[in-house]
Design a protein around this ligand. Structure first.
Ligand SMILES: [Zn+2]
Ligand SMILES: [Zn+2]
Length: 733
């Protein structure tokens, strides 16, 4: 293997226009931190840099929304995000910001140098201009429909939904973001990066990059294959770094051209602050450069940034690897700060320990394809893997040894089973190391869990609780071997779970600061006789009901199968005065229902109406005819009203579950369904209930009450509601 002495890690610059969300953590903040910690433990010098991206239209657009200046907004979110990143245990050697004067100076120097070398030139181009607002509309000041995926209200620089990079002119139905009117194209002078001039050089650069991840490599090759086009890198804006060319200082440098320069300017700042020579990281060919980012940023790091570096100074190191990730989505959709679909990092860290977050995010990192973040999955993985596997193994070994020996026992003679465990440790340490060298973080974590699973198996097979009574020496050997697994875990899991591995090292009588831990220590046995500390469990069990009480309402609704049913036919029951026989269309099946609606509705009134059917009610004979379910109605002192829906027949009411097990009528009556009125996030239904789901803008609705909370029943079209007016609080069954 190539001996690497130094590593530079560049991490994509987060826009300071909102708190960092959990999707970004999985996409580009946690992976570089794991990589950095690993490299440190391997004894390499590491410089990891990034900072807040404080320029560009994302900042000015949000600043207008929050009623503050772009500078104030950028300061605000820089502070919030820097703290959240630190709280997660992510350590930068320098996390700065693009408003920093040193960055401005370096960015302008690079722009000017490229201009002097004719890698940048001036030309006239057409830009959207709003005659109503009398201003040019750069990037995000234009919105429209994405030409690729059809998403609406897409911003003019990029589609959040599918990741397509855009020029505002590409949008269908472009509108001025400020006033909504249709903009027109006007000519304006701008500066262009002559990317076409770097075509050959970039092709050569890519030649030996076969080891890149396929998504990154294919994306980059695609751009090169199409032929590189020169790109405008100035904007008509007030906010940003002025173009350093006489007569054009009113124009600003395009935020993406300028932000990538931050890797370089921050390294210089780091050198100045620490009296170190930053050139060791930029001009020594033995220093490898890794860049971590989400897929939307790939071309800026594999095409534009290398071109800037090549044009500026031939001696500078180019990106060695760009392990760009896909998207981590939430409920199948792309997280988006501007669309309010956000699980923010500060919020998540208020609810959970940093290592629990790091664990879950590591296990669903979008390394090769888009992945999904969900609370249910997080709770599930935390309980079954982190607590149930890793935490459980470590704790049972530590507590059993502490109670019975109080120190690291002396191993006796090892047998086949012991030796195969020691081999397994060695193999795992090597495997995890290989994974981390290649930035395959999910595979690394999986191998770590396999080791603790193996440990659990060994511990069970040996049954030291039996051995300790029969053969104390043999028990000592078992515990010594088990502790060697624990020791190895405390080292190889450190890049992922630094806080809990620090705590664990303390229990083992070792240095509890990971900065003093080295990778090679994974295979060093603990010193016999080392005094052990009384251990506490490293991880906490999570309880979905406690964390998300509103989902508890949903989870009990899952035992109901409520579907939209269309009444296709109404007949009189041959043997009963008050009963009708309905034929109801449930989408993929038709059912016969017997309902007591005859005194309240004419047949014609009911024909064709869509109602809500309890589809998993045990069939019951009513006066000799079997009813295969029940249609919901509200009743109040002599009035009975069908509950109406506008959805497609067969659609499930949200929160209920198609194919739920059969329930008896008696069980169904335990569900408190009532008519209500919606107002300000509450439902009035006799009393006033806090709403934990559903749209409450409807005046009349049906709510499910549980634990003094209300969940509004709705289908895709909105809440279901009583057909005739009945007072709030009326029962529905
Ligand atoms: Zn799109
Ligand atoms: Zn306008």
């Amino acid at each position: 293997m190539h001996f690497m002495k130094r590593v530079l890690i560049g991490v994509a610059w987060p826009y300071a226009n909102g708190p960092i969300h959990i999707g970004q953590v999985g996409g580009c903040y946690l992976p570089p931190d794991i990589f950095r910690k690993y490299n440190k433990m391997k004894g390499r010098e590491v410089l990891m840099v990034s900072g807040s991206d404080q320029h560009g239209t994302p900042i000015t657009v949000q600043a207008e929304k929050e009623g503050m200046s772009p500078g104030e907004l950028a300061e605000k979110y820089h502070t919030i995000n820097k703290k959240a990143i630190e709280d997660l245990g992510v350590e930068f050697d320098l996390f700065t910001y693009t408003m920093h004067p040193r960055h401005k100076e370096v960015a302008q120097d690079i722009f000017k140098t490229l201009y002097d070398k004719e890698h940048i030139y001036m030309d006239v181009m057409e830009i959207f201009h709003c005659s109503h607002c009398t201003r040019f509309l750069p990037d995000r000041y234009v919105t429209g429909t994405c030409p690729r995926c059809g998403a609406e209200d897409v911003k003019g620089d990029q589609c959040d939904e599918c990741g397509l990079l855009l020029d505002p002119q590409d949008l269908h139905g472009p509108k001025c973001m400020i006033c909504g009117s249709e903009p027109e194209l006007r000519e304006s002078e701008h500066f262009f990066l002559r990317l076409s001039g770097f075509q050959k050089k970039l092709e050569d650069y890519l030649e030996d990059k076969d080891f890149w991840k396929s998504n990154v490599l294919n994306f980059t090759r695609g751009w090169l294959k199409e032929g590189l086009k020169d790109r405008p890198i100035s904007r008509d804006m007030k906010w940003g770094i002025p173009v350093p060319i006489d007569g054009y200082q009113d124009k600003k440098i395009y935020v993406w051209f300028e932000a990538v320069i931050g890797y370089y300017s921050t390294s210089i700042q780091w050198g100045e602050r620490n009296q170190r020579d930053w050139r060791e990281f930029w001009k020594d060919p033995d220093c490898r450069h890794y860049y971590f980012l989400g897929k939307d940023n790939i071309p800026f790091h594999t095409i534009i940034w290398p071109a800037i570096l090549m044009g500026y100074d031939e001696e500078l190191n180019l990106p060695y690897n760009v392990p760009g990730n896909q998207y981590m989505k939430f409920q199948g959709k792309q997280f988006s700060t501007s669309r309010g679909l956000v699980v923010s990092l500060p919020d998540v860290l208020e609810m959970f320990d940093a290592d629990a977050v790091r664990y879950y995010v590591s296990s669903v990192m979008p390394e090769l394809r888009d992945t999904n973040f969900s609370w249910e999955d997080m709770v599930d993985k935390n309980n079954s893997e982190l607590v149930g596997n890793l935490g459980n193994f470590i704790h049972r070994v530590l507590s059993f040894t502490f109670q019975n020996f109080g120190e690291v026992p002396i191993p006796g003679e090892m047998d086949e089973m012991d030796r195969s465990v020691l081999d397994f440790i060695e193999m795992t340490v090597e495997k995890v190391s290989d994974c981390l060298e290649e930035c395959r973080f999910k595979d690394g974590l999986r191998s770590i869990l396999e080791l603790s699973r193996e440990g659990n198996r060994y511990f069970n097979d040996r049954a030291p609780w039996v051995e300790v009574k029969k053969d104390r020496d043999r028990c000592g050997t078992t515990l010594n071997v088990s502790l060697r697994i624990v020791k190895a875990l405390s080292v190889i899991a450190t890049p992922y779970l630094p806080n809990s591995m620090d705590e664990l090292s303390g229990y083992l009588g070792l240095d509890s600061d990971w900065h003093n831990r080295t990778w090679d220590q994974a295979l060093e046995p603990l010193h016999e006789g080392t005094h052990l500390e009384e251990p506490k469990p490293l991880y906490k069990h999570m309880d979905m009901d406690e964390l998300f009480p509103e989902k508890r309402v949903l989870s009990s609704l899952k035992q109901l199968d409520l579907r939209v049913g269309k009444i296709m036919d109404v007949k009189d029951h041959p043997d009963a005065d008050k009963l009708y026989l309905f034929t109801v269309d449930l989408g993929d099946e038709k059912r016969t229902l017997v309902a007591g609606l005859k005194p309240y509705y004419d047949k014609e009134e009911l024909m064709g109406k869509k109602g809500v059917v309890v589809a998993n009610l045990e069939p019951a004979k009513l006066r000799g005819i079997e009813s295969q379910g029940m249609i919901l109605a509200a009743e109040n002192e002599g009035t009975v009203s069908l509950v109406i829906s506008h959805g497609e027949p067969g659609t499930n009411i949200k929160g209920t579950q198609r194919g739920a097990g059969m329930i008896s009528f008696k069980d169904f009556l335990k569900y408190e369904l009532v008519v209500g009125e919606g107002a300000d996030g509450t439902v009035k239904a006799g009393g006033t209930y806090e709403t934990v789901g559903g749209d409450v803008r409807a005046q009349s609705l049906v709510a499910y009450l549980q634990d003094e909370k209300a969940f509004v029943l709705e289908d895709d079209t909105g809440p279901v509601y009583p057909h005739k007016p009945v007072p709030p609080g009326s029962k529905v069954r």
